[in-house]
Design a protein around this ligand. Sequence first.
Ligand code: ZN
Length: 84
Amino acid sequence: MLTCEPQLSDYMTRPKVEYVQSKRGGRQLVRDGYRYHMKRRNKYGYVTWRCIHRGVCNAYCVVDSDSRLMKDIFLHTCPAKEDS
Ligand SMILES: [Zn+2]
């Protein structure tokens, strides 16, 4: 079982996340106007995304293989809404 994995809430209530194409052609996750880049993917297919403002912002989230939000550490200390 996945008891060691982060659990935000019941599966069906987890919000789906959205992705956008970055200028360089990679994929970024978008949450309320903040952009995240992929940090790592674990063996269950869960992906950790970090705010693109590395070094000044510690916000991150974890998304499962079905693009549902599992963990949301929404602690942005960066300037909001980066223009792409
Ligand atoms: Zn941030």
